[in-house]
Design a binder for this molecule. Sequence first.
Ligand SMILES: [Zn+2]
Length: 267
Amino acid sequence: MHQPNLKEAFYALGRVPDCPVYDLHAHMGSYLGISFPRAEAPDMINAMDRAGVRLLVFCHHHTLHSPDIGNAVNVEAVRSYPDRLRAYCGINPNYPDVIAHDLDAFDQYPDVYVGLKMLADYHAYALTDERYRPAWEFAERRKLLVLIHTWGHSLYDGPEVVRKVAERYPRTTILMGHSCHGEWDKAVALVKDFPNVYFELCAVLDERGVLEKFVGETGSERIVFGTDLPWFNHHYYIGSVLGADINDEDRHNILHRNAERLLVRYL
Ligand SMILES: [Zn+2]
C-alpha cells in the first residue's frame, strides 16, 4: 500500500495529526495601518486548528508597542488557552523601568513565558545596546529562548550585531526571526559558528531555494517554524515547507521536532 508522504497527507486534510506544527514566531492583536481578519486569540486558535498547529508562541503587538499595556495581554491570552499558547516576555528598550519590572515578575509566570522577545529594528536600539543588557543577562542565567527580529543589513539586528550577542551569551538559545532576511550566507555562518543560534523561517519562505540552502549547509535540526500570525497564513508557510526540495525527515524536524526539543522544559 502506498504510504502518503507529508505533502499528500497535508493536501488531503489540511493538517496532519502525526506532524503537529509548532509556530514559534507569532504576534496577536491589532496593528497600525493594517486590517487583520484573525488578530485576537479565539480567531487565532481557530486558524491553528485548521492547519494542525499544536502550539503557538507569540508576543502581543500591544506588549511591543504600548508600554502601558505591556506583558499583561500576553499573560491573559496564554491563561485563556493554556494548552495552545505560550508567550515571549516582550522587551522594549525604550522603557528600562518596564523591563526591570517585567524581569522581576518573570518567575510568577512559569505557565506563560518560554523566554524573551526583542524587536530591535522597530525599537531603534541595537541588540548590543546597554539598554538590552539586563534582559540578555537574565536570559543567559536561565538559559532561556530569545526570539529576536533580525534583518539583513540592519544596524540594529543584522548579522554582525547578532554575532556579537551570540558570542556574549552562549547559554542563551537565540532564535533568529526571519534569519537575517536577505543576508542568507551570513545567517548560515552564524548557525555554523554558534551552537546556540537557530534559523526561524517567517518571511524567509518568500524566496525560493533559501530553505534548501539552509538544510543543505547546516542540516534541519537548527531550523524552527514561524509565521508572524496574524500577519501571514499558516497554510501558505506550511505549503512552502512541503514544497521545498528537502525530505520528510527534514520537514518533521522543522515543523515540530526541533520545537518540541527546545520547549521540553516548558510543556
Ligand atoms: Zn514578529
